[in-house]
Design a protein around this ligand. Structure first.
Ligand code: 6PG
Length: 247
């Protein structure tokens, strides 16, 4: 394990080991909280193996499904039956089988536009949290899962887009994506994502190596600006590990 800035970077052999390591961290966060637990999921392809694993033993039986609430850090503004919908992917991979429906909190893509969906989701988060202002002494999420895109974006916070600078809203509409799929997005803002006990990035495969090289060199990328007020952990696999990086 290597520390770079305020984050830990953990390298494992391959995507299967990555999913197992991530599942162990999910369980550890759940075990650390005997009350109501909030986990913010992510989209993209990287977390799918983790989600599928959480639906299998020994993980499934160890999750107190009634006490865990599942949110999503960003959403593609497409209908729920569209294969590109992030929460739909998570629901199919594990939530629909085990989580009570009232504990699943999707971003409402049936809203008139991404801004309205963002406002509605902000209200839902605030009502869950019980306040309209975030307090670092009381993290909103136990765990926030994240990924990194080829341009260094995370959630739907793209480099040089206004959304990355927003600090006075919990959730924003993003009219245009910087990478595929080119559909409008809705994203939690940096302060909202940061208000967690742990932020956990997953990145696997050689196609991630170029962007991880830039990220670990400290470039000003959205994925580098996203840091938990608690622990920030990057789980990467060997093929994704930058050549000169030992960790
Ligand atoms: C999205 C995501 C996005 C994702 C990264 C990495 O809606 O696309 O939430 O931020 O995490 O683009 O995606 P992959 O895991 O597919 O590489």
């Amino acid at each position: 394990m290597t520390a770079v800035g305020r984050r830990q970077i953990i390298t494992v052999a391959d995507p299967a080991a990555l999913a197992t390591a991530a599942a162990e961290r999910v369980l550890a966060r759940i075990d650390a909280n005997s009350g109501r637990i909030a986990i913010c999921l992510t989209g993209g392809s990287s977390p799918k193996a983790l989600y599928q694993l959480l639906a299998t033993e020994p993980y499934r039986a160890k999750i107190p499904w009634d006490r865990v609430h599942w949110f999503i850090g960003d959403e593609r503004f497409v209908p729920v039956d569209d294969p590109r919908n992030n929460m739909a992917m998570a629901r199919k991979a594990f939530l629909d089988r085990y989580a009570p429906t009232s504990n699943i909190h999707p971003i409402p893509t049936g809203a008139a536009n991404p801004d309205e969906a963002a406002e509605s989701y902000a209200r839902e988060l605030q009502s869950f949290y019980g306040a309209e202002a975030l307090d670092a002494a009381r993290p909103l999420f136990d765990l926030v899962l994240m990924g990194i895109g080829p341009d260094g974006h995370t959630a739907s916070l793209f480099p040089n887009y206004p959304a990355i600078e927003v600090i006075d809203r919990w959730v924003v509409g993003v009219p245009k994506a910087n990478v595929e799929p080119f559909v409008p997005r809705v994203s939690l803002t940096l302060p909202t994502l940061s208000c967690c006990r742990e932020m956990l990035f997953e990145a696997a495969g050689k196609e991630k190596r170029a962007i991880l090289t830039r990220a670990f060199a400290g470039e000003n990328l959205p994925a580098n600006r996203a840091q938990s007020i608690g622990e920030t952990v990057w789980l990467i696999d060997e093929p994704a590990r930058p050549e000169d990086f030992r960790g």
